[in-house]
Design a protein around this ligand. Structure first.
Ligand code: SF4
Length: 168
């Protein structure tokens, strides 16, 4: 037992990263302020998968957990593009999905923005260019901001959203 407690004291806390917590808190505060200022406190995001491997979406799912908790900052994921301010686009823009992505963009009421998430929409990812791939997304949509990564971590995505909010 003594051995166990000695080891615990030696290793310290492994489950919490206070530096990251403080960085995240500062980012969250600024996001909340920006959303309040630029979107009257409520920013609606429609996620669109244009042909991804789903890893980007899995990272995005983490944004709804109690740690990142985007809803607390006034950012909501909505089911219909008609309710959205921003399209969060993932995937490689496959030949089949490109017309549907464009259609979803058309349905978002103006003013509207597109944030590309992950390396795929910029054609910087792991896929080779073939007849079935229409990326980069900027050839089809006015991409306002790009969040790099394959996949980007939840922190990368949050930082990317903040960079976008500062820009507009
Ligand atoms: S950027 Fe990477 S993780 Fe995201 S959809 Fe493309 S291959 Fe998957």
């Amino acid at each position: 037992m003594i051995k166990f407690w000695n080891k615990r004291l030696e290793l310290g806390l492994l489950t919490e990263n206070l530096e990251l917590d403080n960085e995240l808190k500062a980012i969250q505060k600024e996001i909340k302020d920006q959303v309040k200022k630029k979107f009257a406190g409520s920013l609606a995001i429609r996620m669109v998968d244009s042909g991804s491997c789903n890893a980007c979406e899995a990272e995005c799912n983490a944004l709804a957990n109690p740690y990142y908790d985007l809803e607390r900052l006034g950012i909501y994921f909505v089911a219909s593009p008609r309710h959205a301010d921003v399209m969060l686009l993932s995937g490689i823009m496959t030949f089949n999905m490109t017309p549907h992505v464009k259609e979803a963009y058309e349905q978002i009421p103006a003013p509207k923005w597109v944030i590309a998430m992950g390396d795929c929409p910029a054609m910087e990812g792991v896929f080779e260019k073939t007849y079935a791939i229409e990326a980069p997304a900027k050839n089809h949509l006015p991409v306002a901001h790009h969040i790099k990564g394959c996949p980007p971590t939840p922190l990368d995505i949050i930082k990317g959203i903040l960079e976008f909010l500062r820009k507009i």
